[in-house]
Design a protein around this ligand. Structure first.
Ligand code: ADP
Length: 435
């Protein structure tokens, strides 16, 4: 303002001096020219400012005269605000990214318990779709009466366990409700389906182990009591011998179960390692000796084994897997059946161990369950042949620890084919296996 007044004064002074010197009309003309040019310059500056206002990111135009004093601090303030907004936006973005990466689901609700936001994990857990469900009541999404009762409580010290079925899949969710901010609510969801399954498996396992051990233990205790309570002379030597044989049988059964349980537990607890080159044909040879003695010459064995095919692995584990499949073939194949053992390199470079039998076979619906602990198709037959119900569970574990898979093909009454295929990366090149 002072600058403008100063300019007007200068023009007025110059006009007055010229008016005195030449004549008053020239003075007035000079003053008019000065004022008009000041107005014109102001107009140009204003239009420059108008253009700048449309793009406030750029600094104000230079040479805008007195406007600079007003616009420079505005621009500085704007720039500071913009930096602050950018900083806030970055913070919000990183919080949203963190919320998106949370392994738990998070849903925020307003005071009416309507959904205001949720992270992707919450959508996966509950089926909530933020685009369509925002603003809708959470009770439309979590429709169970348990959740409604939980939400009505005054305190939510404990999470709620909810069982939901979505897309045909059952899910166990832990849901925790909390208050935050001003009359807002946060729901945290955690998928505990696997944990729940593990817990059920653990409980079943303990119950199964107890049951499996209790039966032989009861028989054993029964014999011992009988022998203890009966007078010595009332038991014949033959009877005593019979009791003794039966007790040994039951004790061996318990021993076999405990041995297999220990093997399983070692497989589960020890870290898997690559191992060293193993001549698998040697392990097959040992397993064949056991299988033949179990078969008591009642089966025909066909052996197609490549003695020069080595793989890297853990010898004791491989031995156990190889033997399990072979002895199973004997135990589930009636006499005169044929058992074919093969160990060969496939065309794709993998190594395959397979045991084919012409035995009783397995119904399709039983196949997926065979590797469950203590699962047997025919309990009686398994027990009668000394089975523990853990052999295939062990073999599956061994396979997994050797990057392999246990494949089962079978047809009821037509025999079975069990195979383990080891990846080419585990096959030892011939020159190294000779070393
Ligand atoms: P088990 O000690 O009872 O043999 P496994 O885990 O080795 O336990 O096998 C589980 C079940 O799979 C067996 O009880 C049996 O019903 C079935 N099975 C295993 N191998 C064969 C086979 N070669 N032929 C038919 N059934 C088999």
């Amino acid at each position: 303002m002072t600058k403008t007044l100063f300019s007007i004064c200068i023009w007025a002074l110059v006009a007055w001096l010229i008016g005195q010197w030449i004549n008053p009309q020239t003075g007035w003309a000079i003053l008019t020219f000065g004022l008009v040019s000041m107005i014109l310059i102001s107009g140009i500056q204003l239009s420059q400012i108008k253009r700048w206002v449309k793009n406030l990111d750029a600094p104000p135009p230079p040479s805008i005269g007195p406007w600079d004093e007003i616009l420079a601090p505005i621009y500085r303030k704007l720039r500071a605000n913009r930096q602050e907004i950018d900083e806030l936006r970055r913070n919000v973005d990183s919080i949203m990214l963190a919320a998106g990466a949370l392994p738990d689901g998070a849903i925020t609700l307003d005071e009416e318990m309507n959904v205001t936001w949720c992270n992707p994990m919450a959508s996966e857990h509950t089926g909530l779709n933020l685009e369509t469900d925002r603003g809708f009541s959470i009770f439309n999404i979590l429709r169970t009466p348990e959740f409604a009762a939980y939400a009505r409580r005054d305190d939510w010290n404990e999470p709620l366990l909810l069982h939901l079925t979505r897309d045909g899949r059952d899910r166990a969710l832990l849901v925790q409700l909390t208050r935050y901010g001003v009359k807002q609510f946060l729901i945290v969801t955690r998928d505990v389906t696997q944990l729940e399954k593990l817990e059920t498996t653990r409980k079943d396992f303990v119950a199964n182990v107890s049951h499996e051990l209790r039966t032989p233990l009861t028989v054993l205790a029964g014999f011992l009591e009988t022998m203890h309570d009966m007078p010595q002379e009332s038991i014949s030597d033959e009877q005593r011998e019979q009791y003794h044989t039966m007790m040994v049988e039951q004790a061996s059964r318990m021993q076999a179960i405990v041995d297999d349980l220990l093997t399983l537990s070692t497989l589960e607890s020890s870290p898997s390692s690559q191992g060293k080159p193993v001549r698998v044909s040697d392990l097959i040879e040992i397993a064949l000796q056991r299988a033949r003695s179990l078969s008591k010459d009642q089966h025909v064995f066909v052996v197609n084994v490549d003695p020069n095919l080595y793989i890297t692995g853990i010898e004791s584990e491989l031995a156990s897997g190889i033997e399990n499949l072979l002895t199973n073939a004997v135990r589930y194949t009636p006499r005169d059946g044929t058992i074919t053992v093969s160990w060969y390199k496939t065309e794709s470079g993998t190594a395959c161990y397979s045991v084919q039998d012409t035995g009783i076979g397995i119904a399709a619906h039983d196949i997926p369950r065979l590797t469950e602990r203590f699962y047997r198709v025919d309990r009686g037959r398994s027990r009668a042949t000394g089975g523990t119900g853990l052999g295939l569970a062990i073999t599956k574990h061994v396979a997994m620890r050797h990057d392999s898979e246990l494949n089962i093909r079978s047809r009821l009454g037509a025999g079975s084919l069990f195979s383990l295929e080891f990846p080419a990366s585990r096959v030892v090149p011939p020159d190294e296996s000779m070393a």
